[in-house]
Each structure stands twice: as structure tokens, then as C-alpha cells.
Ligand binder design. Structure first.
Ligand SMILES: [Zn+2]
Length: 80
């Protein structure tokens, strides 16, 4: 099953199964090793039931690009 580009969608929370999960778009921030970083206008899914956050592949790439935790990892070659 090949994922369709640009059609990532979640209808139920993978953590609690609630259908109250929905897409949001807002500034997203986290901290790593005491260092705070922000991703502007990040689109991701947020579960109103349990607070779980789910990121699609493009959101993950943006987080990884901003995160100091990933910055020092060596570039991995695409095998797929
Ligand atoms: Zn949930």
C-alpha cells in the first residue's frame, strides 16, 4: 500500500482510539537539552481526548530540520 502524496489523514487517535483527533496548524515548539526550538505554522494532528500529537511525514521533516537532537545525526541515505 503506497502512501498517497499530500493526503495524509487520521480519523482516529492511535493512542486512545478517539475520533476527536483533528488537524491543527500553529506554531509548534519543544525543547531539547534545555534548548527551545520552534517550527512556525506546523500542521499536525492533535487529539482532544488524550493530548496525543501525530505528525505526517512533511511535519516530521520540518521538526527534524529545526531540532538540535537531529542536527548532529549524520545524513542517512534514502533506501526507499
Ligand atoms: Zn487520543
Amino acid at each position: 500500500m503506497a502512501p498517497l502524496k499530500g493526503t495524509f489523514h487520521i480519523s482516529a487517535c492511535p493512542a486512545c482510539g478517539s475520533t476527536r483527533i483533528r488537524a491543527v496548524q500553529e506554531d509548534w515548539s519543544d525543547s531539547y537539552a534545555g534548548k527551545r526550538y520552534v517550527v512556525r505554522n506546523l500542521r499536525y494532528f492533535h487529539c482532544a481526548q488524550c493530548g496525543e500529537k501525530v505528525y505526517d511525514p512533511s511535519a516530521m521533516r520540518r521538526i527534524q530540520a529545526a531540532s538540535p537532537a537531529f542536527a548532529k545525526l549524520p545524513q542517512t541515505r534514502k533506501t526507499a
